[in-house]
Design a protein around this ligand. Sequence first.
Ligand code: TRP
Length: 454
Amino acid sequence: MTEHHRPLFGSRIGAILAAVGSAVGLGNIWKFPYEAGQNGGSAFLLVYLACVLFLGVPVMLAEFFMGRHTRQGAVGAYRRLGIGSPWGYAGYLGVLGAFLILGYYSVVAGWTAEYLCQSASELMCGTQEFKSPERFAAEFDAFITSPVRPILWTVLVLGLSFAAISFGVKHGIELSAKIMMPMLFFLMIILCVRAMTLPGAAEGLRFFLLPDFSKFGSRTVLSAMGQAFFSLSIGMGCMVTYASYFERSTNMQATACSVAAIDTLVAFMAGLVIFPAVFSFGIAPEHGPTLVFVTLPNVFQQMPLGAVWSTAFFLLLVIAAITSLISLYEVATAYLTDEFHWGRLPAAAAVGGGILFFAVFCSLSCGVLNDFKILGLTIFDALDSLTNRVLMPLGGVLVCLFVGWRIDRRILKAELTNKGSVPFHFFRCYAFFLRYVAPIAITLILLDQLNLFR
Ligand code: TRP
């Protein structure tokens, strides 16, 4: 597709908000707090910050380069820049990865919609029966194992994403981010203030902010890096695709830094909401994936005006999930529109159908299909592990090696500085990082993930 026919984001702020919409998702609000909770609170936070700064930002910038320079999605960008070499295939990894992530991401997004609906109806009816902690766990379990209800919610969130995608880059993706992201920040700030003013909040802040190095180990580093990649939406061609819609005048260095900073801020704020709230009611924070669905509802019910807070929280979660879902959805849609010149609507419909197929199995694997195991994991866990532990780091290494070694430095520099109009003071340092430091660091972590060091 030529420059003139490529749809573009309409404004600088729109481009940043769309990328932030992709980055800020369930990863920040659902995964980050429980990963931090399980890996020693602020020790995890420190390592996480280092991973974002030294691995996340450089990889994101490399993805931005690929997308805007070629004006293509993941597959087209690798193919065009790696002409005549097997590099062309690396882009398929991104499309495949995005598709597999969507399989379970859309299911969890559906769960958040169910919880929003429950909280909102409690708020509206004004009745709230008191439930024991076990009851919350049992209800969550009953919900995710049921064969129909979670799938209906998944269909709903996918339908909303489909709508946004089919309205196009500017009127769908950008506009939805422009509406939803400010709402998200607003809700986040209110929830932060509420949580930090609860009696006993300091205990939670201490847990989150004072490092506990006794829990520090190689797992901490691994989880932090995996989390940084997931949270910044890198390694799967998502930022390549979004950058292909950037204006030539977009300052990509500033955009990458802003996206990483805002994403990290939102994850940090999610910690500031969750830990004070959890500690304030004397509940243990190490609950893993059920933290927001089981532990938090129990916390909300003990707060005055609990239904208000839980509705706000789940609305926040739904918004975060949908804007990220849209970005993953766009990776696969752009593949069909770029490579096969399909129209946006049929492409989006075909991708939606494909995702739904995976998502149904994924959802059923929490219940009826629970005994069906791939390498000892349910379909849901297998998709999560495969994408997080293997495909995302692998995608990250490939981007670094490709841009670091294969691309002419002058071309890279011209693109990242908008032909010299934006200074890039640390360019040499950056190029060195892309060539050596980042690929080696990510490979070590990848090998460790595959248990090769144990
Ligand atoms: N970053 C999102 C989150 O934090 C998830 C996500 C969106 C993603 N697009 C991605 C993860 C691409 C990896 C690759 O929830």
